[in-house]
Design a binder for this molecule. Structure first.
Ligand code: SF4
Ligand code: SF4
Length: 317
């Protein structure tokens, strides 16, 4: 069967979550590599759509004809502790009580990552985040471990820039500066955080050590309403899921792989059952991951309230 015949058979949600997202992340990766290291080739932003289509077709060929499974994006939440209490935190971190705080150990990080990598052929975009990521003291060891994995194409560390990196972390980021990048949230607009955010100092340290980094320049959040106690019906949930911009944010936390960080928090809030994949106990993780990308939604999505209202980022609770 050729690619266009296959293309007709693929459900819209599978195409969007797996093939299209792989293509989008591949382009982003190529653009940063060219911008920072003059590696690869220049991608004309005006031709992005055309190139994305071509890359998605390559991914279809890889998946169906070569049996290659590449996860477009995986986020490891290594701590739910945070230095801030954002009212509209999309991961609902400030709502998690102490009993439900999670700190991933390096040993668990290795176990989850190894099991996933043994069952897939690649992770295009591997993200380490929190809470506030730098609160986990084992972060440098985790970066070191992940950076040594050939199946991981690039690594991003997300931070709210309230804690400056220590020497151990700087050395590690420096060592892998062609594979590991830092993304800083830009909360400068939140006046009440003026004395807490250290973004300028943080960037100075990164620049001085030639560590590549990006900052979200103009970024607005959507108001967060958490979960409803009533489930939406099948059709409404499918529609909601298809337009949700967080369906790419596959999150690993507490040994499970969830559709997003909000879904994982749903496990602890409102009694909502989050239907994540049990990574270590899965008997056929590769197939479970494939089915995960094909799913029209997950259980938590039925209860999830999505808002379109744009608001100032990082307003504190
Ligand atoms: S949005 Fe980020 S900085 Fe704010 S509470 Fe959530 S995890 Fe912390
Ligand atoms: S739970 Fe589902 S609908 Fe809600 S933000 Fe996550 S992916 Fe989107």
């Amino acid at each position: 069967m050729n690619i266009s015949e296959k293309n007709n058979e693929i459900s819209k949600i599978f195409y969007k979550r797996y093939f299209e997202q792989n293509a989008i992340n591949k382009i982003a990766n190529e653009m940063t590599k060219f911008l920072w290291f003059k590696e690869g080739h220049f991608i004309n932003p005006l031709k992005k759509e055309e190139i994305a289509k071509k890359y998605a077709e390559e991914e279809i060929d890889n998946f169906y004809n070569k049996n290659i499974l590449i996860m477009p994006q995986v986020e490891f939440c290594i701590t739910t502790r945070c230095t801030l209490k954002c009212k509209d935190c999309c991961a609902l971190i400030p709502q998690l009580d102490k009993e439900h705080r999670i700190e991933m150990s390096f040993d668990d990080f290795k176990l989850y990552l190894d099991k996933i990598l043994n069952n897939v052929d690649g992770i295009r975009r591997f993200i380490i985040l929190g809470g506030e990521t730098l609160m986990n003291p084992e972060l440098p060891k985790m970066i070191e471990y992940a950076a040594g994995k050939e199946k991981i194409f690039d690594i991003e560390i997300i931070t709210n820039a309230t804690i400056l990196p220590n020497q151990k972390l700087i050395d590690c980021l420096k060592k892998y500066n062609k594979k590991v990048f830092v993304y800083t949230s830009n909360y400068k607009g939140a006046e009440e955080l003026a004395n807490i955010i250290k973004i300028d100092e943080f960037e100075k340290v990164l620049n001085k050590n030639n560590i590549k980094h990006l900052k979200f320049e103009s970024w607005s959040w959507k108001e967060e309403f958490g979960f409803s106690s009533q489930a939406d019906d099948d059709e409404k949930t499918k529609e909601k899921f298809f337009k949700c911009d967080r369906i790419k944010c596959t999150q690993v936390i507490d040994g499970f792989l969830y559709i997003c960080s909000k879904a994982s928090a749903g496990k602890f809030l409102n009694g909502i059952i989050a239907d994540g994949i049990d990574i270590l106990n899965s008997k056929d993780l590769r197939n479970e991951i494939i089915e995960f990308y094909k799913a029209p939604y997950t259980e938590a999505c039925k209860y999830c309230i999505l808002s379109e209202k744009l608001i100032q980022p990082a307003l504190q609770a």
